[in-house]
Design a protein around this ligand. Structure first.
Ligand code: FES
Length: 119
């Protein structure tokens, strides 16, 4: 399969598939890279959350962070963000991260890449 075929298969209308449901676990967020931008997919209980993977404070990858109480702790300086809103909840993080509303369809998680949630 060529790269173009792969990309076409992952995009349905305005929605882009980030991963399969089984790719993300409560203890193991998933990192998806689409067109050079990295997204982090989290599972908390029955809910899924999608944020930018890159911490707004520095080079931390939030998909490698620790999740508790619907917050992710950045592995780099231990700042935290609320997964529901992207708002920083613990210093040194001060700038919100982008979030997207995940859409679950056919066993996979999609987002509208062009429509992040308002901050
Ligand atoms: S890079 Fe994430 S808290 Fe500093």
């Amino acid at each position: 399969m060529t790269m173009a075929q792969t990309k076409e298969a992952m995009t349905t209308g305005a929605l882009t598939q980030l991963c399969r449901l089984e790719d993300v676990d409560e203890d193991m967020p998933f990192r998806a890279e689409i067109d050079g931008f990295a997204y982090a997919v989290f599972k908390v209980g029955d809910m899924f959350y999608v944020t930018a993977d890159l911490c707004s404070h520095g080079p931390g990858s939030l998909s490698e962070g620790f999740v508790e109480d619907c917050q992710v702790e950045c592995p780099f300086h231990q700042g935290k963000f609320d997964l529901r809103t992207g708002m920083p909840t613990e210093p040194p993080c001060e700038i919100p991260i982008k979030t997207w509303t995940p859409i679950v369809r056919d066993g996979a998680i999609f987002i509208d890449v062009a429509s992040p949630n308002p901050v």
